[in-house]
Design a protein around this ligand. Structure first.
Ligand code: NAI
Ligand code: NA
Length: 400
């Protein structure tokens, strides 16, 4: 069969396996010639390893100077009667192949990272086949639901404001249009549920259980990812439900840091740049900001994607420092520094003021936005023969 892109709203309903493979290779090529990670970790667990920042972390740690063996956990779907499967499914497979070809472990666990069974399977594997100890745990899950570990009932996150509703333009990738959307205010319950799903509780629980199992090495580090953004986006993000969840995550980082100190370890939250990922395209009224940001940062030669961000995080922040990891007054690692540069932000706000539903494809960098989205799903990559027939049976034989 020939695989065509299918997009519904902001959700991709198909993925191109060999495009995903090409995207992995492109990221490997980038980190192979970037400033290398010095003194990096060798045994890493990545929760949320199949796309976005988690996948970029994995590629950076394996191929960007540290030669790390990695265990990746993700929630993805393989090929079936229903379709080709998700991009993350193929990312896992082709990452593992590249890792193994270079003598590295790239073990994949596909299933629910929130479940007790997944924790146990990962720990059993680490003890039996992964050398017994981890020296870095990356927490990069992004999801809308999390089951309550006690009752199994689902918490659902909501992307809402707190205080006043906000109306703003939102991109529909399927139709290449911008539509006004109103984000309503959250109830107390919705705020709490969002904290449960996207806050730090599950991260802390993973670290606890890994620590109890004795699989954290002396000096082990852990890192989770956050976003803050400029004042202009605070009503929709930082001061909304997602921001509340991130504030919880930041506090968890401090608690875990105290805990990790007992084994000479450290815990950090790294604040990253706004980027197009499977998760971020869902944030209403956020796209005009990204369009303007990409355009300005590209013009200034400062634009980064997930892979550039992660390589900078590991080579210039979390590792390779003579003294300690550089953090701000809230003890956060900032790789959003280029995004928040005063000059960048000034130009971004000027540009944002000009963006309308009629002109957004030319005034902002919609080309980059859409290309990033398509490439996340294995489409629009150079060097891939999209006219070639893909054999479903061959795909079904690929194991994670
Ligand atoms: P993503 O959607 O690309 O990746 C999410 C990962 O979580 C995937 O590997 C997915 O399979 C996995 N996952 C989701 N539910 C799971 C489950 N139940 N069990 C196992 N795995 C599961 O998301 P992205 O954007 O890379 O987000 C990762 C982190 O980075 C989040 O904390 C996000 O808030 C943060 N971040 C994202 C920014 C952006 O602009 N995209 C900016 C700054 C921070
Ligand atoms: Na991720």
């Amino acid at each position: 069969m020939i695989i065509e892109p299918v997009v519904k709203g902001v959700v991709a309903r198909s993925a191109h396996p060999y495009g995903c493979q090409q995207a992995i290779r492109n990221q490997i090529n980038y980190v192979s010639s970037a400033e290398p990670i010095v003194g990096g970790p060798k045994k890493v667990l990545i929760l949320g390893a199949s796309s976005g920042f988690g996948l970029a972390s994995r590629i950076s740690l394996a191929f960007g100077g540290s030669n790390a063996d990695t265990v990746g956990v993700s929630f993805e779907r393989g090929p079936s009667e229903k379709g080709i499967g998700t991009a993350g499914w193929y990312n896992n497979i082709f990452f593992r192949e590249e890792a193994e070809n270079n003598g590295l472990i790239g073990k994949n666990f596909v299933g629910d990272a929130f479940s007790v069974q997944m924790r146990q399977q990962v720990i059993d594997y680490i003890k039996a086949e992964f050398g017994g100890k981890l020296d870095l745990v990356v927490y990069s899950l992004a999801t809308g639901v999390r089951p309550d570990p006690e009752t199994g009932e689902l918490w659902r996150s909501s992307i809402k404001t707190i205080g006043e509703p906000v109306t703003g333009p939102t991109i529909n990738i399927e139709t290449d249009t911008m539509e006004l959307m109103t984000i309503e205010t959250a109830t107390e319950e919705e705020i709490e549920a969002t904290k449960k799903v996207m806050g730090g509780e599950d991260w802390a629980s993973w670290i606890d259980i890994l620590s109890e199992a004795g699989v954290l090495a002396e000096g082990c580090k852990t890192v989770a990812y956050s976003y803050i953004g400029p004042e202009a986006t605070h009503p929709i993000y930082h001061r909304g439900t997602l921001g509340r969840a991130k504030t919880h995550l930041h506090a968890t980082g401090d608690q875990l840091n105290d805990k990790m100190a007992q084994i000479g370890g450290e815990a950090y939250v790294s604040v990253c740049k706004a980027l197009v990922t499977k998760a971020s395209v869902f944030i209403p009224a956020f796209s005009p900001y990204i369009l303007a940001l990409f355009k300005v940062m590209k013009e200034k030669g400062l634009h980064e994607g997930c892979i550039e961000q992660m390589q900078r995080l590991f080579s210039q922040r979390l590792y390779g420092q003579e003294k300690c990891v550089p953090v701000d007054r809230q003890r956060l690692i900032r790789v959003d520094d280029w995004e928040l540069d005063e000059d960048v932000q000034q130009q971004v706000s000027q540009l944002m003021a000009q963006i309308t539903p009629e002109n957004f494809t030319t005034v902002g960098d919609y080309q980059r936005y859409k290309t990033d989205f398509m490439q996340l799903n294995g489409f629009w990559l150079e060097g891939v023969d999209y006219k070639a027939r893909v054999n479903m049976e061959t795909l079904k034989q690929l194991a994670p």
